[in-house]
Design a protein around this ligand. Sequence first.
Ligand code: NAD
Ligand code: MG
Length: 398
Amino acid sequence: MSVSAFPLRKRVVLLGATGSIGQNTLRVLAAHRDQLELVGIAAHSQWEKLAVIAREFGVRHVGLFNDTACAAAAAHPEAFLPGTHFVSGVAGLAELAQLPEADIVLVAVVGTAGLEPALAALAAGKDLALASKEILVLAGKFILEAAHLHGAKLLPVDSEHNAVFQCLQGHSHSTVRRVTLTASGGAFRDWPAERLAHVTPADALKHPNWSMGPKITVDSATLANKGLELIEAQCLFGLRPEQCAAVLHPQSIVHALVEFNDGAILAQLCPPSMTFPIQHALLHPARAPGVDAPLDFTKLLSLEFRPIDEARFPMLRLARETMNAGGAAPAIYNAANEIAVAAFLAGGIPFLAIPRVVEQTLARIANFEPSDLDAVLTLDTEARRVAAREIENLKSTT
Ligand code: NAD
Ligand code: MG
């Protein structure tokens, strides 16, 4: 057995390695090979991309959610390192999340497919670096319980929550008055309301500050992203709905502000690149030089903050309503949004129909307090079915 040149490296499993967060994580890992070692990777179906990553980082545990893609990868052993172990499906991802040699699992799977692997990681006592906000909105209570039960750390990767996490270090949560998340405002920040009716998927995919996957880019344009993030903050930091606020900040340099009961406000600043929060989460509690250049105050830098017009962004109002309602409402909001965004991206519904589908789905399902994870998952399936039906109704009446 070879002895590692870096015996104290943290060993990382990365789920969602081919996506936008995944690629930024690889940049962090490449820059800190002395402190971080990649031991497992997974994606939905792009096995050739995983093969490149596996060879570059010396990874021998490879997961593909899609069975056919996994079979294709296994049929090309020459593309991978000798002795590579392939797994597929959600069970395969959960197996990767529990690899005995792993210390920390970064879940950056879009949507809710990362829930089971995230819970598996926590059950095995692994620390969880979490980018997938949807799974916190769906089942945050159960994720927090699992982390607590198994003594595992939950490290937020979403930039705003990572910022809050950093601002809270050394402070008692009971002294927090309010947490304010910043929002860039997305692709339509400065568009008049009447133009929003004719928005195309191509328009919605042009984000002014961040380069991200398609689903979250549309979520940024509707501000559903901020809605999901308010729910995420409420859950992660144990806040009441009225303690969670959002403010428009076009520069995306201040990521969150934490106000304490004495009126002092702490903020976290860094350029709009996900490498900063990813690196913080993976190295925590250590720090090291960043991958991207830090802010340069010798150059002109202006920071602007404006209130958000919730009338123009109904997804934010709906998120707030679900936070107040509690129970299953946030999970319904999340599921209906995912279905509506997919329909919009496929050209099936107009942009302004996204909040309508979500509002109607919320109205059609009676709220309740899910008692266990099965109840949450059943609800998620039901909400998706109801949202799909709402979309069909909408198509037949237009
Ligand atoms: P993306 O669309 O670029 O990538 C998604 C990744 O998930 C890909 O690697 C894909 O292969 C994988 N994937 C999809 N379905 C899967 C499945 N069933 N099983 C296994 N893997 C699957 O998305 P992204 O922008 O990287 O976002 C990922 C997550 O991180 C989302 O939940 C998003 O909300 C969150 N997030 C992203 C950003 C960002 O800057 N991109 C910022 C904060 C939070
Ligand atoms: Mg964010």
